[in-house]
Design a protein around this ligand. Structure first.
Ligand code: 6PG
Length: 257
């Protein structure tokens, strides 16, 4: 494992996807335990996708699950697809099956997005109000999640912030719903101001097919960054942990142990 250290960002590289997932699980546990110790409740937002899926299975498994104070965890979702909650495409459905069905989070502390609403903008606004009510704000008035978990697609999207979508330019709403041209579908998503207000962001990326996007977000090329929504994930006053496997890191020159 190697660490590079601009003040706000740590990049951790493991050889395999399994090892990177285990590293992310340990970070998740550490952040939850420290937050609960300091503030009593850890408010976190979870991601969809296959990479987070593996992390949830790890978190739900025997050893590490017993070390996490789940009853003090409040769960939100960073993005959602335009489907009912019991649809296999739903992020809530995936998180429920892989994690929430197996750990003792209080049901009242789980807040799914209403991706199947007839009025997705209204549902996004309602979700923003829920967050404003339940997640304490920092000095700038923005709610500060203790942890936001993110994945990244090979095209550089994260949460449901896709290139070509209006959500990338949203500076006022904290949660928005928008058409994603590349998908031809509506998505609901946290916006940059909300994500970047978090205390901790954990971006887990594995696989060779993500290597070019990883190089772009970690490198110095402004042109590359402009084409990669995940490159704008930079906490204003928090930590960004980027956890990679060897495949995702292969173009960066970062070594793993
Ligand atoms: C989603 C996401 C999305 C995801 C990335 C990575 O709903 O799909 O929240 O941002 O995390 O696309 O997904 P994969 O791990 O499947 O590549």
């Amino acid at each position: 494992m190697s660490v590079s250290n601009p003040p706000y960002r740590k990049v951790l590289v493991d050889r395999t996807a399994e090892e990177a997932t285990a590293t992310a699980a340990t970070l998740f546990k550490t952040i939850v335990c420290e937050t609960v110790g300091q503030r009593g409740t850890c408010r976190l937002a979870l991601a969809g996708g296959t990479t987070p899926h593996a992390l949830y299975q790890t978190l739900a498994a025997g050893g590490i699950s017993g070390e996490i104070p789940w009853k003090n965890v409040e769960v939100f979702f960073g993005d959602e697809r335009d489907v009912p909650q019991d649809n296999v495409e739903s992020n809530y459905c995936m998180v429920q099956r892989t994690l929430l069905d197996h750990v003792p989070v209080e049901p009242t502390m789980i807040h799914p997005m209403r991706g199947d609403s007839d009025d997705l903008q209204a549902a996004a606004a309602e979700y923003e109000q829920t967050i404003r009510r339940l997640v304490p704000a920092g000095a700038d008035g923005l709610p500060r999640f203790d942890l936001i978990l993110l994945g990244m697609g090979g095209d550089g999207h994260t949460a449901s912030l896709f290139l070509g979508s209006d959500a990338l330019h949203e500076n006022h709403k904290l949660v928005t719903s928008h058409f994603v041209p590349v998908l031809g579908r509506q998505r609901m998503t946290f916006t940059y101001p909300l994500i970047n207000a978090a205390r901790n962001i954990l971006l887990l990326v594995t696989g060779d097919d993500k290597a070019r996007a990883v190089l772009g977000i970690l490198g110095d090329s402004p042109e590359a960054k402009a084409a990669l929504p995940a490159a704008a994930i930079l906490p204003a006053d928090g930590f960004l942990y980027v956890v990679l496997d060897g495949g995702a890191a292969r173009l960066t020159g970062l070594a793993y142990a």
